[in-house]
Design a protein around this ligand. Structure first.
Ligand code: ATP
Ligand code: MG
Length: 577
C-alpha cells in the first residue's frame, strides 16, 4: 500500500483520483459533447482475476458515477488462445461483481470487416505495406532500445502491389507467416512500438465466432484503438504497460481521420502479495494440475474467490480502498482479507462447528435429555434473531481446546479446570480417557454445573475460556477444506535466476478435514451459503456439497489469538529442546 491511499482511506473522504479528475474536467469543458463512455475489454483467453476486478470497478464505476456508459467488449482477435467457455465465465464474473453492460456487449470480431476496410485505407494512403520478411527477420530488423531498426527491403512496395498482396493474404493464398501487413511509420523511432508495427498476420484458424471466414487476424494495437473508436469510447482506460503503445494508438486513429478519437489513459495494474495475476501463468497452474481448476478456491480468479466465499461487496470495497494511481505498487493481501472480514462480519450467520472433534461426556447430565438452548445468530445484527441449539450428555469440542498439560497462557480445558460452553453451561474436566494401544485421547469425562445455564454463574464464579461445541447425536458430519496462500513467497514472480514461479507453490495450501461436525441448523445450508463458525473463521458451502454431503471452504480465519499462543508455545518448546 502506498501512503496516499492510506491517507484517503483514513480520512474517510473520497478525493478524486487522477482519472476521475480528468473525466470531471472533460465533462465540465463539454469535451466529447459532454459524453462519457468507457469499456472493459478482456481477451477471452482465461478467467478474470482480482486484477481485472480493479479495471472493471474503474470502468463501470466512473461511468455510473458521472452518468456515462460502459461497454463490455471481448477482445477476441487471437483465435489460437481463445475459447467460448472463457466468454461465458467473463460475463458471469462481471455480472456477479454487480455491473451491468445492458445491451452493450460487443466483440472485436464483430468489427473484422470494418477493420479490414481500415487496413485497405491505410495501404491506399501509403501508410501500410505487406512485408515478406520472416518473423525472425522482422525481429532482427527491429533493432533494440539502444539501436535503431532497419527498414525492410519490402517497405517500398507500391500501393497497388500492397493492395494486391493484402487481398491475397485475405483470400488464403499464403501460408501462416509468409507475410504480414505492417504500418509504415519510423524504423528509427526511439519507441519500439512505432517501428513499423505489425497490423495483420495470417492464421489459418477457425475463430470461435467468425468460423472460417477469416484467415488473417488484426493485431491488438490495430484492433483495440479502432474498436474503441467504433464504439464511441471517450476515455480508454488501460494499464501502464500500454503507455508505449499510446503513440501508436493515436497514430492509427489520426491516419484514418477517425471521427471518434478516444483518449487513452494508463493506470497501475494491481499486484498482490502471495498472488500471481497473469492469465497465462494462472492457465499454467490449471494445466499442470497444481490447482483443481480456474475456480479452485485458492485461485485469485473471481470464480475462485466466489467459491472461496468472497462477496462482490468485499471486492468492490477493496477496489475502492486501493484506488487508482499512475505508479506500480504491490498491495498486501491482508487488506483484501480485511475487506472480506468486514463484510462477512455483518452478514454471516454464526454457527458452531467442530473441525477436529474430541468427545466430551457430561457424567452428571441425564442420558436421554435434550435441551434446546438459545443462540444468537449475529451479534452485529439483532434482526437476524436467535436459534435453538441442542445440548445433550455427549458433545464434541475442538481437540485443540484441551491440553493435558496446559502451557502458561492456555486457559481452555485441562484436567480439573472449568470452562464455559457457549450458550450452555460451565463444565469441568474430571477424567481423561486414552486409547489403550495408541495413548491418544479418545474422550473427556466432565461434569456440568446446572446453575450456570445460559453460560453464567449466579454466584459470579469466573472462567477464563468459552468453547464452542456441538451435540454428538444431533451434529452433522461435514468436510472442511482449509486454505493457506497458494505461494510461500511474497512475490512469486521473481527473476528467472530464482527459478519458476511454480517452485514456490505452497505444499500446505490445502488441508482437507473429513470428520468435522457441524450443528444441525446447517442441514438447511445451500451452496454458496456463508457462515461464521464461532472462534474459527468464515466458511462457505462448496458446490461439491451436492456430491459429498456438506463441504465447506474456509473463506478466511478470524484474527484469533490462537495463532499467537501456538507461536509462543513453539518458541518455548524449541527453547526446551
Ligand atoms: P493478464 O496479464 O492477466 O493476462 P491481460 O492484461 O492480458 O491480463 P486482458 O484480458 O487484456 O488481460 O485485460 C482486460 C483489462 O483488464 C485490460 O484493460 C487490462 O489492462 C486490465 N487488467 C488486467 N490485469 C490487471 C491488473 N492486474 N490490474 C488492473 N487491471 C488489469
Ligand atoms: Mg492483455
Amino acid at each position: 500500500m502506498n501512503s496516499s491511499h492510506n491517507h484517503n482511506r483514513e480520512s474517510g473522504k473520497r478525493s478524486l483520483d487522477f482519472i476521475r479528475t480528468i473525466i470531471a474536467e472533460d465533462l465540465k469543458n463539454n469535451k466529447n459533447s459532454g459524453r462519457l463512455h468507457t469499456r472493459f475489454p478482456p481477451e477471452p483467453n482465461g478467467f478474470l482475476h482480482i486484477g481485472h476486478a480493479k479495471a472493471i470497478c474503474l470502468n463501470f464505476g466512473v461511468a455510473s458515477e458521472f452518468g456515462g456508459l460502459c461497454n463490455l467488449r471481448l477482445d477476441d482477435t487471437n483465435p489460437s488462445k481463445e475459447d467460448v467457455s472463457y466468454i461465458e465465465s467473463i460475463k458471469e464474473d462481471v455480472s456477479w461483481l454487480g455491473f451491468d453492460w445492458q445491451d452493450r456487449l460487443f466483440y472485436a470480431s464483430d468489427y473484422f470487416d470494418r477493420l479490414y476496410e481500415y487496413a485497405l485505407e491505410l495501404i491506399k494512403k501509403g501508410k501500410a505495406y505487406v512485408d515478406s520478411l520472416s518473423a525472425d527477420e522482422i525481429r532482427q530488423y527491429r533493432g533494440t532500445l539502444t539501436e535503431p531498426g532497419k527498414e525492410s527491403p519490402y517497405r517500398n512496395r507500391s500501393v497497388e502491389e500492397n493492395l494486391d498482396l493484402f487481398r491475397r493474404m485475405r483470400n488464403a493464398e499464403f501460408d501462416d507467416g509468409a507475410c504480414v501487413l505492417r504500418a509504415k511509420i519510423d524504423m528509427g523511432s526511439s519507441n519500439l512500438s512505432m517501428r513499423d508495427p505489425t497490423l495483420y498476420r495470417i492464421r489459418h484458424m477457425v475463430h470461435h465466432r467468425t468460423g472460417e471466414k477469416w484467415c488473417i487476424y488484426p493485431m491488438y494495437d490495430f484492433a483495440h484503438c479502432l474498436s474503441d473508436s467504433i464504439e464511441g469510447i471517450t476515455h480508454s482506460l488501460c494499464t501502464l504497460e500500454f503507455e508505449n503503445n499510446r503513440p501508436l494508438y493515436d497514430w492509427i486513429l489520426n491516419q484514418l481521420d477517425a471521427q471518434c478519437h478516444p483518449q487513452q489513459i494508463e493506470f497501475a495494474r494491481l499486484n498482490l502479495t502471495y498472488t500471481i495475476l497473469s492469465k497465462r501463468k494462472l492457465l499454467e497452474l490449471v494445466e499442470s494440475k497444481s490447482v483443481s481448476g480456474w475456480d479452485d478456491p485458492r485461485m485469485p480468479t473471481l470464480s475462485g474467490l466466489r467459491r472461496r466465499g468472497f462477496t462482490p461487496e468485499a471486492i468492490r470495497n477493496f477496489c475502492q480502498l486501493i484506488g487508482v494511481a499512475k505508479f506500480n505498487s504491490t498491495v498486501d493481501i491482508a487488506l483484501l482479507e480485511h475487506c472480506l472480514r468486514g463484510d462477512l462480519n455483518i452478514r454471516a450467520q454464526r454457527v458452531m462447528a467442530v473441525l477436529r472433534p474430541l468427545k466430551v461426556v457430561i457424567m452428571n447430565y441425564p442420558e436421554d435429555k435434550t435441551e434446546e438452548l438459545k443462540a444468537v445468530n449475529n451479534p452485529e445484527d439483532p434482526e437476524m434473531g436467535t436459534r435453538k441449539v441442542p445440548f445433550t450428555r455427549e458433545l464434541y469440542i475442538e481437540r485443540d481446546d484441551f491440553r493435558q498439560d496446559p502451557p502458561k497462557n492456555f486457559y481452555r480445558l485441562s484436567p480439573g479446570r472449568e470452562v464455559r460452553l457457549r450458550y450452555a453451561y460451565f463444565i469441568k474436566c474430571e477424567e481423561v480417557i486414552r486409547d489403550g494401544s495408541t495413548a491418544e485421547i479418545t474422550e473427556l469425562r466432565c461434569t456440568y454445573d446446572p446453575a450456570t445455564k445460559g453460560g453464567d454463574s449466579p454466584e459470579g464464579r469466573k472462567v477464563k475460556a468459552t468453547l464452542h461445541w456441538v451435540s454428538a447425536p444431533h451434529s452433522i458430519k461435514a468436510e472442511v477444506r482449509l486454505y493457506e496462500y497458494l505461494f510461500t513467497k511474497e512475490n512469486p514472480m521473481q527473476s528467472k535466476e530464482e527459478g519458476d514461479f511454480k517452485d514456490y507453490l505452497n505444499p500446505k495450501s490445502l488441508e482437507i478435514l473429513k470428520s468435522c461436525r457441524v450443528e444441525p441448523f446447517l442441514s438447511s445450508a445451500c451452496v454458496g451459503g456463508k457462515y461464521q463458525f464461532e472462534r474459527l473463521g468464515y466458511f462457505c458451502v462448496d458446490p461439491d456439497s451436492f456430491k459429498k454431503g456438506l463441504v465447506f471452504n474456509r473463506t478466511v480465519s478470524l484474527r484469533d489469538t490462537w495463532a499467537k499462543i501456538q507461536k509462543a508455545e513453539k518458541k518455548a518448546s524449541s527453547r526446551v529442546s
